[in-house]
Ligand binder design. Structure first.
Ligand code: FE2
Length: 247
């Protein structure tokens, strides 16, 4: 079965095309930020630091390939934990990710939707509880680290949410100068995501992040297979949002 067919059997609200969704919006879910931060510091961080990759300055994600060659991008998801280093080294040492899920047994991890298998360390955590707030199946939750100065450049992760997924962010630690910027028709919209709030971001549009502060940004990032958790009024409101946030 192809993943395109899978999309049809996972219940959806909208048509899954990028123009049908706003650039971003926040979900009205209650998150206990203190509990989340405490769990990160006391439970997750020691685990992350045990990973042999942690000691290396890896950070590579081939953003430019995401746009031009999806298959190449997915090859780079094969590492269980951190995304592996690459010859091309488009990014420097300012960005890395730690995976909380791994590939479903029997899949090759080539497609994002293969990444739906929680590691043992995930069960019984507050993060598990938080992800259970979503009715949609969750794909590839990971910690995303952006160091001061991180500025990977504009890129598009998936050209089509229907074929890939809907990206959600939950900042755990951030600073006031951490921004995500979106571009459409040469207009730039900046978003500062607040700690303890879930955001949908439409990464099928050109976007970039910039950490202009002096602390590391740590957030949970994941994808949803479906838009069923989206509030009805956030579908087909693209132009409305654009007008609101334009500057
Ligand atoms: Fe991106």
């Amino acid at each position: 079965m192809t993943h395109n067919l899978l999309w049809e059997i996972v219940p959806q609200k909208g048509d899954g095309l990028k123009d049908s969704y706003p650039m971003f919006f926040d979900f009205n879910f209650k998150v206990d930020l203190k509990k989340l931060q405490d769990e990160y510091i006391n439970y997750w961080e020691p685990l992350v630091k045990k990973d042999p990759y942690y000691k290396r300055d890896i950070s590579y994600t081939p953003f430019f390939k995401r746009y031009t060659d999806q298959e190449d991008y997915h090859d780079n998801l094969l590492a269980d934990n951190f995304i592996p280093e690459s010859e091309t080294g488009f990014l420097n040492d300012k960005f890395r990710q730690y995976q909380l899920f791994t590939r479903r047994p029997g899949t090759k991890g080539k497609h994002l939707w293969d990444w739906t298998y929680p590691k043992d360390s995930f069960y019984g955590t507050y993060i598990e509880e938080l992800l259970n707030l979503f009715k949609s199946p969750v794909i590839r939750p990971r910690f995303s680290y952006a160091r001061p100065g991180c500025n990977p450049g504009y890129h598009i992760d998936y050209d089509n949410p229907k074929r890939y997924a809907f990206r959600i962010h939950l900042p755990i630690f951030t600073n006031d100068n951490m921004i995500m910027s979106f571009e459409n028709n040469s207009k730039i919209i900046d978003l500062h995501m607040k700690k303890g709030i879930f955001y949908f971001t439409n990464i099928s549009f050109n976007h970039n992040i910039f950490n202009g502060g002096n602390t590391e940004r740590i957030q949970l990032v994941f994808d949803l297979m479906s838009d069923i958790d989206f509030p009805d009024d956030q579908i087909l409101k693209w132009l409305y949002i654009l007008k609101l946030y334009i500057h």
